[in-house]
Design a protein. Structure first.
Ligand SMILES: NC(=O)c1ccc[n+]([C@@H]2O[C@H](COP(=O)([O-])OP(=O)(O)OC[C@H]3O[C@@H](n4cnc5c(N)ncnc54)[C@H](OP(=O)(O)O)[C@@H]3O)[C@@H](O)[C@H]2O)c1
Length: 254
């Protein structure tokens, strides 16, 4: 059984909804603490109220796409305020459904800002010696199974997640010498706000045919939360640089 101590502190980006909220709740259920980050303070407060020990959820509202260069310095401030971090979960992200003809480079950059560059800046700050606990530190980046399959109209989104998959392999080697592990999780469709706003664009017929691709049905945020906690914990101490698919069998069935 996985358990954390209160001083196992993980920063979770996107903690105000969906997967980031479920991950935060599960870390705290297992005994750890979370610094929850997102732009909307009300959403973070809602997550705090849903936690079994709300005082172990620290709220730090922030737009992670402004002032990238200062994100590593901000991580230093957080580790001084709350204690050295043992985990970083890069979960904040946006999705777009956009066929090639409609792609605009400016929008593509915005998507890469949060889905990729914010990850790099947070990892840079986390990996500074005084900001993490050294051996036992773990980084989890939430990618997507769309980076592995040919799902039409997801070019930028899938490419941003493909960048994450490659990045964790390189950084796993660089960070291993400091005792830090890093992996990515590639979920299939999970019912969250992101997914339902996407679903609004799908007809019932489209949704039905999508569901048929999932031998085990659509996933739930808790499925990803459990895998994340495993990767944050010492139970996975020999796993680094891996891209781990969790999709109810969808990617072998597309
Ligand atoms: N749901 C799925 O089916 C699915 C499948 C595969 C992968 N994923 C990935 O899982 C991650 C979480 O998705 P989700 O389904 O939980 O979606 P979600 O409910 O929309 O959560 C995304 C979170 O990212 C935060 N965020 C967005 N832009 C931000 C910014 N500039 N700065 C700080 N925070 C920002 C949002 O908080 P604020 O609005 O408060 O900033 C929000 O809490 C994403 O990376 C997504 O690509 C999801």
């Amino acid at each position: 059984m996985i358990s954390f101590k209160k001083d196992n502190i993980s920063l979770v980006s996107g903690a105000g909804s969906g997967l980031g909220r479920a991950i935060s709740i599960r870390i705290i259920e297992l005994g750890g603490s979370v610094i929850g980050v997102g732009r909307n303070e009300d959403k973070l407060n809602k997550t705090k109220n849903l936690c079994s020990i709300p005082e172990n959820f620290y709220i730090e509202p922030r737009d992670l796409t402004t002032d990238f260069d200062n994100l590593p310095i901000w991580l230093k401030t957080l580790s001084e305020k709350y204690g050295k971090l043992s985990g970083l979960v890069n979960c904040a992200g946006i999705q777009e459904t956009m066929p090639l003809a409609a792609i605009k480079i400016e929008n593509s950059r915005k998507l890469f800002d949060i889905n990729y560059f914010a990850n790099i800046a947070l990892i840079k700050g986390f990996s500074k010696k005084n900001n993490n606990i050294g051996t036992g530190s773990s980084i989890v980046c939430i990618s997507s199974f769309t980076s592995l399959i040919g799902l039409p109209a997801t070019t930028n989104y899938s490419a941003s997640k493909g960048a994450i998959n490659s990045m964790v392999k390189t950084l796993a080697v660089e960070l291993a010498r400091d005792g830090i592990r890093i992996n990515s999780i590639l979920p299939g469709h999970i019912i969250t706000e992101l997914m339902t706003s996407e679903n609004n664009k799908l007809s019932e017929q489209q949704l039905d045919s999508l569901k048929k691709k999932y031998p085990l049905g659509f996933g739930e945020p808790e499925d990803v939360a459990d895998l994340t906690c495993f990767l944050l914990s010492n139970s996975s101490k020999w796993i680094t640089g891996s891209n781990i698919v969790i999709d109810g069998g969808a990617s072998i069935n597309f």
